[in-house]
Design a protein around this ligand. Sequence first.
Ligand code: NDP
Length: 385
Amino acid sequence: MAKVLCVLYPDPVTGFPPAYARDSIPLIESYPNGQSLPSPHAIDFTPGELLGSVSGELGLRTFLEAAGHTLVVTSDKEGPDSEFERELPDADVVISQPFWPAYLTPERLAKAERLSLAITAGIGSDHVDLATAIERGITVAEVTYSNSIGVAEHTVMQVLALVRDYIPQYEIVIGGGWNIADAVSRSYDLEGMEVGVFAAGRIGRAVIERLAPFGVKLHYNDRYRLPADVEERYGLTFHDDIRSLVKEVDVLTVHAPLTEETRGLIDDELLASMRRGSYIVNPARGAIADRDAVVRALESGRLAGYAGDVWAPQPAPADHPWRSMPHHGMTPHTSGTSLAGQARYAAGVREILESWFAGRAIRPEYLIVEGGAYAGTGAHSYQAK
Ligand code: NDP
């Protein structure tokens, strides 16, 4: 029987369960590329419930305990005295969400002698040291596509919020004010702007599709070019390098995984080559941007705005400079964990566990590392080209 160690974010400060704003979530039948939704044999939760916090338990307890497994759920993940590190040595399976990542560093993996499966409840497994997972033969899986459209929606929201300067206008209203000149002094229309999408995978492609109707001119960079008919449909200009992409756009959105190639890519030099008054929205990973270079670019006016929902590390400390830098529209890491997103990745985790315990293959689209090598989605997106 296995011990499953699950690290989830803390419950709402107002108590669990929260008062839900709606009674249900829409039923989605398949993903845009035809991939089927998670299909576990059963679920023990109502879609639309809060599943990603400790008391939500990703809806897994009944299923795991009925099969004789042990489930430990905690949000206490930092440092050697954390419950996570104390429980790790005899854990067979670790589940963690990128929003509240349980970093599986080489040191921690060395202590996790029994670990054979690390599941990302969501997308993005950079919190796991993949090289060590490969060396140790640990399987790493994530729930590909579960929250991609939600992240694309969040991206579009933040692009509009920055360009139209929504947040200061909202604050004027809350403060009882009505100075329209103040409210519009940094407000522009997105229409007619040039928008660059860095990495046109599931999320980047959905951003392209959603931004096209705004009357923007779209550019993109990816390691592999999109089919010619797709480029034509959205009027896309392809750049074979991010450096050429950023020079020609007013807005940059970032959707690549965090790898050795993308870590620190948005640095002083890259930012200096952008048009004055550019905007960046990065919901991919915080460490793709150099933290202090972003602050400097906002202070100098090179950037007119920066938004996204990903930070390094997470949770961001109270004095993280991105909390207080000018003209930002940051959220905590929420775009992939709406109540609808949670229902899909909780079902996906259940599907992965059902397969694992039954000795069946995990779907290739969920695999990042298996059998000592990158596999499935991981072989395509995480491996150096
Ligand atoms: P995909 O794997 O579908 O897309 C990633 C794309 O990035 C692929 O097209 C890949 O290229 C491309 N890519 C990888 N490295 C480079 C590079 N060096 N230069 C240019 N392009 C590159 O993933 P998703 O779209 O689903 O997710 C993207 C990322 O978004 C995730 O890795 C994760 O970090 C983040 N994410 C954030 C969430 C949030 O809540 N904020 C939720 C979900 C994901 P190719 O495969 O063609 O080689």
